[in-house]
Design a protein. Sequence first.
Length: 265
Amino acid sequence: MGSATREALVSARAALTAQGGTADLATGEALLAAARVIGSSPQLLTALSDNGAEPEAKKALVSGVFGSTVTPAALALLGEVAAARWSDADDVLEGIEDLGLRVVAASTPSGTDVDAELFSFGRSVSQSADLELALSSKLGSNEAKAALVDTLLSGKASKQAVVILSHLVQQPRGRRIGELVRYAASVVAAEAGYGVATVTSATAISDAQVERLAAGLSAKYGRNLRINQVVDPGVIGGLRVQVGDDIIDGSVAKRLDDVRLQLAG
């Protein structure tokens, strides 16, 4: 991530914070839908990511395209994104997506764990090659993918989780389902004030072990972390822990791979 994008994200998130409680689920949906519209139009994306253009001109462009179709709060946030300087065009989409996910997360009813719902969906998809193909194939239409998500989660997950996953499968931007889910869950968790550690083991670990692991990792990273468990017999034994971009791989499979590399060398 370039310095321009980092500064733009800080500015966009500050604009979201300044809106206070005016951003709701409809605003989050509008932002994610706008990201898909912009992503599907090379001309519009190029215009909005042109750092040589006047910020006010880009704001006017956003207003002209989306003014009658999105909430006032969403339009204001889109204007902030348009006026900022971004390192590259794809970062503009990332910025809008980040805001959309945060707004959707903020609209979640108390007691609903959207990040847990996202991870549960990701695990289900990873266990079905046919389902993963249906949701990730470039041959499938966005409408069909969104409809499939809605069918799979109807009555089983929150509206917020459905909105997020529907967007992700429609605009993956080169990311696989597992990566999409981890990214979205991390944004949702950050908006709620905590982080997520993905722990992969050959068999499920006990609740007591989860609590100890969460406490240890929270102390290590200096923030409250929740554990997302992934069971993968391929790790053989031990644990593989991922927190953001950090990976702590203490699995038996990793140690065996290291030994093989040493022998090959």
